[in-house]
Every structure is written in structure tokens, then in C-alpha cells.
Design a protein around this ligand. Sequence first.
Ligand code: AOF
Ligand code: ZN
Length: 374
Amino acid sequence: MVNREKSCTFANCIKNYGAKKRLNKPKNIYSKYKMTQDEQYMARCLQLAKLGAYYVAPNPMVGAVLVDSKGKIIGEGWHQRYGGPHAEVNCFASAEKREDYSDCTLYVSLEPCSHWGKTPPCALLLTEKKVGRVVAGMLDPNPQVSGKGMSILREAGIKTETGVLEKECRELNKRFLCLMEKNRPYVILKWAQTSDGYLDRRREEKGNGPVVISSKLTKQLVHKKRAENMAIMVGTRTALLDDPKLKTTHWSGRNPLRVVTDRHHRLTANAQILSPDAETIVYSERTDWPYILNDLAARHIHSILVEGGSEWLNHILSTGIWDEIHIEEGPHTLAELTADQPQPVVGVAAPKADMNQAICTRMENQLLYEIRKQ
Ligand code: AOF
Ligand code: ZN
């Protein structure tokens, strides 16, 4: 991915858009202070955990390292795929075999589990291995675990510690944590707008394609976002007019579950959103946002990317039940992009977001804004 943020003149952003926008300096979360030894090993756990991206959902990404008394890493592992062995199991599988690891510290980015799930409890494994000390990045909010893993370890006489690089551990698994703590998926609203703030021109008929705002590169970025989230949603109008596939064609990873509303049963069987190569849920009886989120949570969906259209985006913004907004702004006005269309062209206004909170980066000529719910 190309990031030309240095070539974006900050002063111009402010001048042109009349909003305070910050450039997102690549921030090294570990560089502000000298890390303790525990933090350094936890940072390695986070690196390993990320290798599970795209394949472990709705489970969290978890990494583990085993360190001997001299500070040498003698084992590493991460949760690689949903239903597969947990990070701790893979970590010991990579380590030299010993009867007793009492001189070692096991670092893991999430509290070791205490439940019999698809695999046996990791906390028991650590007691069997006679590990001397366990350092966890954060407690596991899963009600089946939630502190019980650390209790098992303490009761077995193992020294324990939690909350090392906790902020970073939480950030990595913000989607899993949202499902566990709020019992709803993490919601990301995404749209592309022209430089004068339009999503599209008003269209009444199918077959008359949308105004193209994204570039080749940012389209790929959208597919990456699709792969990072478990579900993707559009409203009926977008499904009918654009006939999108909503798949992850230009990035590795799974296709998200496609979610569409259709109160008046207007979608036909040949709609691409219903293609058999990815799953789809159509909500037609109840289509209110809290209901949809509740239903998706019951299906263990930990995240949803809402790609439009304007009615749904505005509605969700009005409910306040969202977590992030990602806006892509192209360099051209609606008039420039529709000069070859029959005139006059009527624009569909982009939703209003609080741009004072936006972090701005740049990908070639496209500005990318990210807003986090405060
Ligand atoms: C760990 N280490 O690497 C992971 C943990 O269905 P299961 O058996 O795979 O259990 C999934 C739950 O286990 C998940 O919701 C989370 O609470 C925990 N994940 N725990 O000790 C790991 N991935
Ligand atoms: Zn486990």
C-alpha cells in the first residue's frame, strides 16, 4: 500500500475542508518510553497474535512466548485458526520437551482459558507443564473464563501477572471484546464521498452504475476491511441499484457474511448478493438496527462493516450504535465525475460526521479519514 502522507500539505487540508484534521503520523505505540522486559515479550506475543488475522474469528487473536531463566525465548505460538489449538498449546509444541518449566515465564496476550471448549483448558496445560510464572496481557472477558484462568494458575502456586500492554492487547481484539462486553458486533460505517461531499448522484434505475469515487488501490483497501470483519451490510436500495457481490475478491481471507434488509421482498433470486459462493442473511420482518445487531450477536458475529446506502448510514448514526467511521474522499467534485451524464445531476449528500475527531491519512490522491466513537 502506498502512503504519501508526507506529500499531503496539512495546511491545505484545513483550508480546503474547513475542518481541523490531523495527519496520522505512523505511531509506534512502543516508542514513547523504554519498555520493561515483560512488555518486550508481550510485544512479541502481539506480533505473533496478528498472524492469526482473518482466520480465527470470532475467537480473539492470541500469541504466546515461553522464556527461560536467561531471558531466551524457547517457544512461540499463536492461535492460527478457529477451532484449532490455542496459542499456549502451539507455544509448547514448538519448545524443547522438558518435565518441568518452573524456571520459565509464559507470556500470553490473553488470560489462559479455563473452560473445556473445542480444546482443553490452557490454564490446566500450564499447571501440568509446571511453568514458574505466567504474564497475561489482559483478562479474558468471555464469561466462561473471566478471571478463572488466572485463579487456576494462582491456586497451583504459579506466580501471575495481568495487564501488561493491556491497551494494545485490547486494541488488537476490539471486535471480540465488543461482542463479549456489549453483546453486539463492533460496527464500522464506511463510505466514499466526492470532494464536495456527495456519495453518488440520485439514480432511480438499476444498470445505471454509481459514481466511481474510489481508486484501484482504495478498492483493494475496502476488500481488506471486508476480510477483517465478519459481516458486511447494505440496505435494499443499494442491493437493488448496484447489485453488489460484497465479496473479498482482492484480499486474502474469508468472505464476510452478507447482510441485507428487504422489507418489501423486492430482491430477486438472481441478485448477486444472494450468490451461493458466500453466505447471506436477508432481514425482512424486523429491520431495526438494535434487532439486527442482537440477532447477529446470537450468531457469534463479532463485527460488521456497513457499506451503505445513505439511509442506513444516517439511521445508524442517529442511533449512536456504532464504533468507527471510515470515510474515503476522492479529489473530484460530483459535477466533475458526472460531466458525461444527462444534466441536471442531483447529488446524494454524504452523512455528516464530526470531522474534528478524524485522523486523516492519504493514499495517492484519496484522503482517508477514521473517526472513533468517543
Ligand atoms: C486462550 N488461548 O489462543 C485463545 C483463547 O472454542 P474454543 O475452545 O477455541 O475457545 C474459544 C475461547 O477461548 C474464546 O472465546 C476465548 O475466550 C478463548 N480464546 N484462549 O487461552 C487462545 N484463542
Ligand atoms: Zn485456551
